[in-house]
Design a protein around this ligand. Structure first.
Ligand code: PRP
Length: 215
């Protein structure tokens, strides 16, 4: 099979990668990971796995260099592209929360009420679109500070009043003396495909999805 005949599948590096490899191995699809190699070709099945940064999975699929990808719904939402959403995997679900010092909770409780538009609430996050949509919908004026990691430092250093971030075990918040102020969403791990490439390759793409989603 030459390079053009593979189904390219973007896989996020980082916390989901091991869970994905383990899960698909149980479904008979082996993804071999060598330490710095950024792809793995599985000639018998015709798959080429691309190991990319979590937040870049939607970019690879949107531009069609990957036919499909596995990605958190949070990352898909931020990408704001059109995808075929082909299924959900039964692991990796997390909560999206507003977090910070409990002593500042009153800022949110009072926000938007009469006479409390004096100062925008500052929120540090990597989820810009999600955060903006959530607070606009609530009618609460905020200023977003975009960070791409270690977001918990922002309230500690008074860069922001709160953060909007993923909370999985809660350990990061606890170790930094921060608390969940409010849960505002849930994420799940989804299989996405490029709509045009799906039309051309639906049989092989469906076959892969079926392998992963059949018990
Ligand atoms: C995520 C998230 C939190 C942490 C939550 O960060 O942004 O910081 O995990 O997990 P916990 O509740 O189990 O502690 P990630 O590890 O992806 O790294 P990052 O700091 O680069 O965003």
């Amino acid at each position: 099979m030459d390079n053009n005949n593979y189904i390219n599948i973007a896989i996020p590096k980082g916390r989901l990668q091991n869970q994905i490899s383990e899960f698909v191995a149980n479904k008979g699809v082996v993804i071999k990971e060598e330490s710095r190699k950024l792809d793995y070709i599985d000639p018998p099945n015709g798959y080429r796995f691309l190991f990319v940064k979590n937040s870049d999975v939607p970019v690879y699929v949107n531009y069609g260099v990957a036919h499909m990808g596995i990605s958190g719904s949070d990352v898909i939402y931020e990408g704001d592209f059109e995808f075929m959403r082909l299924g959900t995997l039964p692991f990796g679900s997390t909560r999206i929360c507003i977090a910070g010092y409990d002593s500042k909770r009153f800022l949110l409780d009072n926000a938007g009420k009469d006479g409390n538009f004096i100062k925008d609430i500052r929120i540090a996050t990597k989820f810009i679109k999600f955060t903006k949509d959530f607070f606009v919908n609530k009618g609460i004026p905020i200023e977003i500070i975009k960070l791409t990691g270690s977001v918990e430092l922002a309230p500690i250093l008074q860069l922001s009043d709160f953060i909007v971030d993923l909370v999985e075990t809660g350990t990061t918040l606890k170790e930094n003396n921060l608390s969940v102020i409010e849960e505002i969403g849930k994420t799940q791990v989804e299989i996405i495909a490029n709509p045009s490439l799906y039309k051309l390759n639906y049989k092989r793409i469906d076959e892969f999805v079926k392998k992963l989603t059949t018990q």
